[in-house]
Design a protein around this ligand. Sequence first.
Ligand code: PMP
Length: 361
Amino acid sequence: RMSRVYNFSAGPAVLPEEVLREAQEEMMDYRGCGMSVMEMSHRSSMFQQIIDEAEADFRSLLGVPDHYKVLFLQGGASQQFAAIPMNLMRHKKAGYIITGQWAKKAAAEARKYGQVVELASSADKTFSYIPDLSRLPITEDMDYVYICQNNTIYGTRYSELPDTKGRDLVSDVSSMFLSEPVDISNYAIMYGGVQKNVGPAGLVIDVIREDLIREDLDEDVPTMLRFATQAAAGSLYNTPNCWAIYICGKVFKWLKNMGGLAVMKQRNEEKAAVLYDFLDRSELFRGTVARRDRSMMNVPFVTGDKDLDAKFVAEAKGAGLENLKGHRTVGGMRASIYNAMPKAGVEKLVDFMEDFEKKNR
Ligand code: PMP
C-alpha cells in the first residue's frame, strides 16, 4: 500500500486511490493538450467538456430530475448558509431544526436575513440524537424548513425526512453526499461541500429546484451569491474551482463503476456495521449516539476516560490509523468512514480496538 495510511478524517478526507492515480497520470499532460487541468482556461472547450461530463454523471448517479439545476459553487457549505436565505426568504421567515454545530451556524447566518424559528433541537443532550419530528411548529408563512441531514461532528443522521407540511425542504448533506440513493424530489435544495465524501475542498454542489432560481431578489444580494447568476452562466460566471470539479468528475465515474449509489449504500452499511457491532459488544469502547439515529459516515466513540482516549488516538496513529481524534465538543474519538474508506480499513480499526481493549482493561 506504499506509505498511505487509513485516513479517518472528517474532511478533507480520504479519496479513492484510483482517482488519485488517474489525476497523477494526467498531471503533466491532460489527454494530449500539453498541460494539467490546473493550468487550463475555464473557458476552454477542454474544461467545458470536464464540467459537462461531471454534471451529467452527477445527475445520473442521483437521478436529478430535469427541473432541478446543479450548480458547482465556491465558498464551501458555509457560504450557502447565507446564500440560501438570501435567495429563498421571500416572507423573511424559515424554520430550522438544530441538530448540531452546522445547523446552528446555518440558523445564525439566516437570522441576518429574516426570522428564524427553531423547530426542534437536540442541544439538551449534546446533539446525540435527532429530535422528535412529529410535532414541528411549521407554519404557512415559512419560506422553507432547513435540516442538516448528517451531523458530521456528532455522528447522527435523519432516518426519515421531516414532514414539512408543504413547505420547501432545504438539506445540508455535506457529510453524506452520494453515500446512498436519495429522492431529489423531496428537496427544494440539497447541497453539500464536497470535501468529505466526494472530492477536494473548495467546492460546494447545490441541487436546486428551478422555480427557486429567481431574479427578483433584494437589490443588495451580491451578484455572486444569486443562484440566478450562477445558473445562467452554467457555474462559470467567474473562474470556478476547476481542479475540484475535475476530481469530483473522476469520483462520479468511480462511483458509477462501483455500481452506483445503491451499491455504495450497501457497502457503507456493511462497513458501519463492522464498527457499530464492535462498539455494541465492547466493554471498553462505546458509541455516543442514540442507536436509531446513528450515521453511516461519522462514528463517534469514547472509552469514558480522557487519558485513555488520548492514548488510543496516539497508538492508532502509530499503527497507520490516522485522524481518529473526536471533535473538541464531543471528545473521545470519531471515525469517518466515507465512500472511499475500504472495508479493510474499518476491519483494521476494529482489530486494533480489540487489541487495545485487551491491553487496557
Ligand atoms: N455542513 C456540514 C454538515 C459540515 O460537516 C461542514 C464541514 N465540516 C460544513 C457544513 C461546513 O463546510 P465548509 O467548510 O465547506 O464551509
